[in-house]
Design a protein around this ligand. Structure first.
Ligand SMILES: [Zn+2]
Length: 701
């Protein structure tokens, strides 16, 4: 046995196999519970007549061992696969323990005539909670938020049953896959501590998080883990791996993205802190125009869909601008101005001639700006519309191709008519390759059109993904076989900025940007209409501008949510097809929220969001209240925001950590602050801000 130890973390290896046989925290939680179930790596090396051919690290001859002061490396000069015999593929796996952090580096030298498609490294062969009656949950980023995926004692299967032998978590929903760069880490969380597993380099190479429950459910009705060491003679265990998808060709060598494994004490907040500290060590967020940094609201309006409502001519848009000015709304996001309507004719952004054409839209934007209202144009560069007559000649060459040479097709978006809602005539969308310089040049031309219209910015819808693609296999684009399709996400916007020149007032906004995209975008727009909204992204990026959609006609709780999570409000009656005058109750409540925000801006706008860390809020039975959030002003003083989403009043007590004095509180409906000992009565569907009495002089009234 070989060990690495630094007082906080202990790592053990089997010298004869190179297996990772132990990884223990200071408290003694070992995430490789039984050494004999330890694992090293796994390669997928397809054979001409047998694709599913695996190289299992622990089944190889004993590796060469290279010891360093804080590291150990295992080298397998060549490997044997399950069905292909010997391959001239050298695998080098290095583990280095520094300051409680285990770094795993993997190198593949492929001198064989086969392709190394996948590399699982590292692999935790026997992941379990510290006690069998404990719980284990995976936390990861999700669309503008976070997701919690149960692993123990209930294991959530996200892959379905037909295609795998055991319950598996690898891909799910429209985020379709948990992997870097969009999902750069996983938190493996017990009741009291966790293990952070993340990429340790801001690389766009695809690394996904792969979890399997062996040998399967005890009770499939409950999706329950068999709570025993073994069932029917097979060890019960979770196997967790980082899966690299590098497509290493014959004759090629590649250093894979390094991984970082680090224990933390506490709940997911502490795990997210590990990520945020690492991210802040290399990333500089994009500049944000001053107008978009200030307290403000938006109105999103779509004027045409692919089914041709042609709601408003461009010369009628000035009325929308006037309504925004009257409602105190700063910016309009204009959607569906392009020829054919939203999600049609992609990637063209030319204004629709039926609505007034380029000149009509340009003068409408100028008229709205003259009212003091900003106009941000909806943009989308991901796709080419398959129904375009010129699809085959103009766009197919730049499409992402799969290993068979075919394009990837996204199902598209259905609008308005029964015909289209039934998916009979939906415009199918084909994923375009951002690694093709010719396509990027086309994006530049599209961007020129948006700038020439006089817009204050663009909101690039769907900038967070290239679904259903991860890799592109069309080398005629000038990239390698199997190159990652997310690689130029930030580069595209960097080029837009370069082309734009010195325009600090121009906003680059994106939809639910993945965290690293804040290097390119100044504002992220998402939808979060969920009572249990999980603010993982807000917590890890507390300073960034994020905006959420508010669609209800008396949408107090979404505005309460926006207050608590410091979201800019995007007002969108009729699901962004309506006018601000359609929902006066919501507009009025948003205005009141804005006034409260102004009054307490030192904390809840200019301060730092920390979710629930730093305070507790309990009801009169002593039970925790949900939701509440904590903000810290620049001078270190704190405020608590608390909401009551229910239709009955809520009496609750606010307790700031380390503080026992009196408070001031004000709900969105109140015109003034009032004193309290910390107990407040929240009316139905309301929210309040609470600060220590001593800080009341700093309120801005
Ligand atoms: Zn390509």
């Amino acid at each position: 046995m070989i060990t690495l130890e630094d007082g906080r973390t202990r790592v053990a290896f089997d010298e004869s196999t190179g297996a990772l046989t132990g990884l223990s925290s200071a408290s003694g939680w070992n995430v490789v519970a039984r050494p004999n179930l330890g694992s090293a790596y796994r390669l997928l090396v397809p054979l001409p007549h047998r694709r599913n051919n695996v190289v299992e690290g622990v089944d190889q001859r004993a590796p060469r061992v290279e010891r360093g002061a804080t590291s150990v490396a295992f080298v397998w000069p060549d490997v044997l696969s399950e069905h292909g015999g010997a391959h001239e593929i050298t695998v080098r796996q290095e583990y280095e323990l520094i300051g409680g952090c285990l770094l795993v580096r993997t190198r593949i030298d492929n001198r064989s005539d086969r392709v190394v498609e996948n590399v699982s490294s590292p692999v935790l062969g026997d992941l379990r909670p510290s006690t069998t009656d404990g719980a284990l949950t995976a936390y990861r980023h999700d669309y503008g938020s976070g997701m919690a995926q149960p692993m123990w004692p209930r294991f959530e299967n996200s892959v379905g049953y037909h295609g795998v032998d055991v319950p598996t978590q690898l891909a799910q929903g429209w985020m379709a896959g948990y992997g870097a760069p969009a999902v750069p880490y996983s938190l493996l969380q017990t009741d009291v501590e966790g293990l952070y597993v993340g990429v340790d380099e801001p690389s766009s190479e695809f690394v996904a998080w792969h979890t399997e429950l062996w040998p399967g459910y005890g009770d499939s009705l409950e999706a329950s883990v068999p709570l025993a060491d073994e069932v029917s003679g097979v060890p019960v265990r979770i196997r967790f791996a980082a899966v690299h998808v590098p497509y290493i060709m014959p004759g090629e060598s590649r250093e894979l993205t390094p991984l970082r494994l680090q224990f933390y004490e506490g709940d997911w907040h502490a795990g997210a802190d590990v990520y945020a500290a690492w991210r802040d060590s290399w990333m500089t967020p994009a500049p944000v125009p001053e107008w978009a940094r200030e307290l403000h609201s938006w109105h999103q309006i779509q004027i045409n869909s692919p089914e041709d409502e042609l709601r408003l001519d461009f010369d009628q848009l000035v009325e929308v601008g006037r309504e925004a000015a009257e409602a105190g709304v700063t910016a309009i996001q204009l959607v569906g101005f392009n020829a054919g309507g939203q999600d049609r004719n992609n990637p063209s952004h030319d204004p629709d001639a039926r609505l007034g054409g380029f000149d009509g839209l340009k003068s409408a934007i100028a008229d709205i700006r003259a009212l003091g209202v900003r106009v941000v144009l909806f943009a989308k560069f991901n796709w080419a519309d398959l129904s375009r007559p010129d699809f085959e000649t103009a766009w197919l060459p730049h499409a992402v191709k799969d290993p068979y040479g075919d394009y990837y097709m996204y199902p598209g978006y259905r609008y308005e008519t029964a015909t289209q809602l039934l998916d009979i005539n939906t415009r199918r969308l084909v994923t375009m390759c951002f690694l093709s310089e010719a396509y990027l040049e086309e994006c530049m031309r599209q961007f020129d059109t948006l700038v020439a219209l006089g817009a204050d910015g663009i909101l690039y819808d769907e900038c967070l993904h290239h679904l259903p693609s991860w890799c592109c296999f069309d080398e005629s684009h000038g990239h390698r076989y199997g190159a990652p399709t997310y690689a130029n996400d930030r580069e595209l916007v960097r080029r837009f900025r370069e082309r734009l020149g010195d325009r600090p007032d121009f906003l680059f906004a994106g939809e639910a940007v993945y965290d690293w995209e804040f290097e390119a975008y100044g504002l992220s727009y998402h939808r979060s209409e969920n009572r249990h909204h999980f603010p993982l992204h807000r917590y890890t990026a507390p300073e960034q501008q994020m905006m959420t959609a508010v669609t209800g006609f008396d949408d107090r709780n979404m505005i309460n949510q926006a207050l608590l999570y410091r979201y800019v409000v995007s007002l969108e009656p009729y699901n962004f097809k309506g006018r601000l005058t359609d929902f006066p109750l919501t507009v009025d409540y948003n205005r009141r929220m804005h006034e409260l925000r102004l009054s307490a801006r030192a904390w809840i706008w200019d301060g730092r969001f920390s979710d629930t860390v730093g305070a507790s809020v309990i009801d009169d039975a002593g039970e925790p209240v949900h939701p509440y959030t904590v903000f810290t002003a620049e001078d270190g003083s704190k405020a608590v925001c608390v909401a009551n989403y229910d239709r009955v009043a809520l009496t609750c007590r606010v307790l700031l950590d380390g503080y026992s004095g009196a408070y001031r509180a004000r709900t969105i409906d109140d015109d003034a602050w009032s004193s309290t000992d910390g107990v407040i009565v929240l009316p139905p569907r309301s929210a309040a801000v609470v600060i220590p009495e001593a800080d009341a002089a700093r309120l801005d009234d």
